[in-house]
Design a protein around this ligand. Structure first.
Ligand code: NAD
Length: 380
């Protein structure tokens, strides 16, 4: 059985789906890996390393034509322009990657005629058994870390408190909104750099995690069990709720040097939690890093992919931060993919077992048909 690793085509995407150490592990499972020339370059893995690990390094066209399974970081709706450009190459293949499954409604007809089978890594369930395959968590961890470094770099202050002969330098004050995977890593990173960190999340369970990292949990009195669905994710709240949340957060935001926003609701536009007025109330030189930029942004002034300056405050519309730490992001993603593939490869052959909850939940298309119940419900 041949598995193909294709070079990413999404603008500025430097990650690669599989790194040489996982090529070796797949080899031991009877899987031959074909890698497109230069696929790992952006992440720091050379063609030679892939060859030494037992992969065949080939041209893109050869990989597509020989491989039964195609591994990507971004594909389908997550790199729609390129997918449509190369659509014929996907005919009869099994595709695994981040595919932005919530948006597939737009191209159903095209996929139907392709006979494509696809697994979306975004749909890996958040269960204990699936933890080692949870690529969303891996990437959120990298994004949370990088967001703090970006803020630290831009801020005209230092993060730690310093007692020097020239007097005391006060620590930077960081406020993290949304204490999920990315938020918790942002808190941990800001703490390591010596900032005074506060955080907020509408899920009451987040409080304990925030406190365990040594940060302060901002009590707004809005957190409730109803804010959490049975999967542990935040629910979408009504506009009145968000209005009250903004009102109650105004003071903390104005006192913070750095605000990192990560608040998201699966499948929905990100809620606006920092308004223009709130930005106006911040000290000039302050920095907002909006990790929800790709989903519309938690700050009203966010422009995805850009840094805008308003009222002396810089607002970073952070997109695809994991690609800015491509070596480790690829390593984590590659391990997640390998663990997932272990469920699909039996004695060197590809096998889809729908009895397995992880396989069933992640399967998006089977032979061109949209089979994922969750996505069918959402787009119907
Ligand atoms: P996410 O990226 O969807 O959202 C980020 C955070 O924003 C979440 O913590 C969410 O509660 C918060 N949020 C949403 N609306 C908000 C608002 N109005 N104000 C403040 N915060 C708001 O979430 P995620 O990081 O992917 O994690 C979500 C949940 O999944 C958590 O409960 C986490 O523990 C759980 N999880 C479980 C596993 C596992 O069991 N294997 C793995 C990863 C995550």
């Amino acid at each position: 059985m041949f598995v193909g690793v294709i070079k990413e085509t999404y603008p500025n995407e430097k990650r690669v789906a599989l790194i040489p150490s996982e090529v070796q592990k797949l080899g031991r499972m009877g899987v031959e890996v074909l890698v497109e020339r230069g696929a790992g370059e952006g992440a720091g893995f050379s063609d030679e390393e892939y060859s030494q690990a037992g992969a065949k390094v080939l041209d893109r066209e050869e990989v597509f034509s020989k491989a039964e399974v195609i591994l990507k970081v971004r594909d389908l709706m997550a790199d729609q322009e390129n997918f449509l450009r190369e659509i014929e190459r996907y005919s009869g293949k099994v595709l695994i990657g981040f595919l932005e499954p919530f948006a597939v409604g737009d191209i159903l007809d095209r996929v139907n005629s392709l006979n494509l089978t696809a697994f979306a890594m975004e749909l890996i369930p958040r269960t204990t058994r699936a933890q080692s395959m949870d690529a969303l968590s891996s990437m959120a961890t990298v994004a949370g870390y990088k967001a703090v470094l970006i803020a630290a770099n831009m801020l005209p202050k230092m993060f730690p408190m310093l007692m020097t002969a020239a007097g005391t330098v006060l620590p930077a004050r960081v406020f993290v909104v949304g204490a999920g995977v990315a938020g918790l890593q942002a808190i941990a990173t800001a703490k390591r750099l010596g900032a005074v960190v506060q955080a907020y999340d509408i899920r009451p369970a987040a409080k304990e995690q925030v406190l365990s990292l040594g940060a302060k949990f901002v009590e707004l009195g809005l957190e409730s069990e109803q804010a959490e669905d049975k999967g542990g994710y935040a629910r979408a709240m009504d506009e009145e709720f968000y209005r009250r949340q903004r009102e109650m957060m105004t003071e903390v935001v104005s006192e913070s040097d750095v605000v990192i926003t990560t608040a998201m609701v699966p499948g929905k536009k990100a809620p606006v939690l920092v308004t223009e007025d709130m930005v106006k109330g911040m000290r000039p030189g302050s920095v907002i890093v909006d990790l929800a930029a790709e989903r519309g942004g938690n700050c009203e002034l966010t422009v995805p992919g850009e840094v805008v300056e308003r009222y002396g405050v810089r607002i970073v519309g952070a997109v695809n931060l994991p690609s800015q730490v491509p070596y480790d992001a690829s390593q984590m993603y590659s391990r997640n993919l390998f663990n997932f593939l272990s469920l699909l490869v039996k004695e060197g052959e590809f096998h889809i077992s729908l009895e397995d909850e992880i396989v069933r939940d992640t399967l998006l298309f089977r032979n061109g048909e949209l089979v994922n119940e969750r996505i069918r419900e959402l787009i119907s």
